[in-house]
Design a protein around this ligand. Structure first.
Ligand code: ACO
Length: 372
């Protein structure tokens, strides 16, 4: 068989602008979630976010993993499997927690996640989800010179996360608020960390390597979120009388108001609404929340005045900050709590990618010099 020169030519590839950050490039097909920024909708496997924000985290996992994991488990079975997996992860937290003092919180979580052994009988997707609260609570307690608290396999995932953090069981309202947060941030299209997880999974490196890679992507300030700065802003404003002058002065200096604006959502971020609804559960923080709502109203009014052509709405970080503060999460832990929720999506995407079985291997366009 003879080949023409033509058949060895470089295949035709669709080229994208190198500076575009791959915006608008479709790089995967997924049944898991869809972000419609123009309509302000987040669809998670057939449900609008607001319809499943009230679910337990275990029910959401059952929904996300369905037909992707080797077995379809109901939420009660997932609850007990996660409980057993938290117990399995605990010795890793105990053995490494003494080594984290020179590390930041996400670096410490990265160290512990990377220590999960591929050779384990527990399904990797359950162990990865179970491990993050165990590790993140141990890390947060170490900062306060407190020993890790052993998991209680009989509790729900969010309740045990709170217990392992605080050392005692806490009220159902705060547990439910944390659970709403974990569900709300569980998946969000092909964001940078989820894409990273899928790329690593496509090499068949295994689930723990894939989600550790995802955490590395989440660590960056352009992805891991800005809820800490929202609290810094609220602290700096201080009292209701300062709200409008403080915000005006910040905008006059050309600064951005933290917790407002989004790259994809051009209308209100649906996750902000889901979390705002959860703040009614936080009775002990009612005064702080009322104050934040006043800040939100003034900020939206000022942004509409100053940037009439640019719709700038409240984003997920604004109410994330209030919820995580109210449930007693230290600010340095916020990215790790985000990882605890997003691990649901990462594991589901890894399972979906592994089923496809195709290596992700795009091309680059060479713009360097040619050999003389
Ligand atoms: N406050 C004041 N002005 C803003 C804000 C804001 N929060 N956000 C955008 N703008 C203005 C910009 O100054 C710019 O104005 P100009 O055109 O007059 O120069 C215009 O809106 C467009 O800004 P871009 O950076 O191009 O908008 P983009 O959509 O890329 O930005 C981003 C999105 C980074 C989230 C931005 O809105 C921002 O910095 N917000 C504050 C930080 C924050 O809340 N981050 C968390 C985001 S949620 C998440 O990522 C999960």
């Amino acid at each position: 068989m003879s080949h023409s020169r033509q058949s060895f030519a470089t295949p035709v590839v669709t080229s994208v602008n190198a500076g575009s950050g791959l915006e608008d490039v479709i790089a995967a097909e997924t049944v898991l979630s869809h972000v419609d920024g123009a309509a302000g909708r987040l669809i998670i496997r057939g449900y609008d976010l607001q319809d499943l924000a009230g679910w337990t985290f275990e029910a959401l996992l059952s929904h996300l993993w369905r037909d992707l994991a080797p077995e379809n488990l109901d939420k009660a079975t997932i609850r007990s499997e996660l409980g057993a997996a938290r117990v399995e992860a605990y010795p890793i937290a105990m053995s490494l927690v003494g080594d984290i003092d020179a590390l930041g919180d996400v670096e410490a979580l990265r160290l512990m996640l990377a220590a999960l052994p591929d050779a384990t009988n527990t399904p990797h997707h359950s162990l990865a989800v179970a491990a993050v609260p165990v590790f993140s609570a141990a890390i947060a307690r170490r900062r306060r010179n407190l020993k890790p608290v052993e998991p209680d396999a009989s509790l729900g995932h969010a309740a045990d996360y709170m217990r392992m953090l605080h050392g005692v069981e806490i009220d159902a309202g705060r547990v439910r608020a944390l659970e709403t947060y974990l569900v709300t941030v569980a998946d969000h299209g092909l964001n940078a960390s989820t894409f990273t997880a899928r790329v690593v999974a496509s090499t068949r490196a295994g689930l723990f390597s894939s989600v550790t890679g995802a955490l590395c992507a989440l660590k960056g300030p352009l992805h891991g979120g800005a809820p800490g700065p929202v609290l810094d802003m609220l602290d700096a404003i201080g009292e209701p009388a300062n709200i409008r002058p403080w915000l005006q002065a910040a905008l006059d200096r050309g600064e951005r108001l933290m917790g407002f604006g989004h790259r994809i959502y051009r209308v209100r971020d649906p996750r902000a609404d889901a979390l705002k609804a959860a703040t009614v559960l936080l009775r002990d923080s009612a005064e702080r929340i009322r104050f934040a709502e006043k800040v939100e109203i003034e900020a939206l009014a000022l942004l509409a005045e100053r940037k009439p052509l640019r719709p700038l709405q409240t984003n997920v970080e604004f109410f994330t900050a209030l919820v995580l503060e109210a449930v007693g999460m230290p600010r340095e832990s916020f990215t790790n709590v985000f990882a605890a929720g997003r691990m649901a999506g990462w594991t589901a995407h890894v399972l979906e990618q592994e089923r496809l079985g195709k290596l992700i291997r795009p091309q680059s366009r060479y713009v360097g010099p040619m050999p003389a």
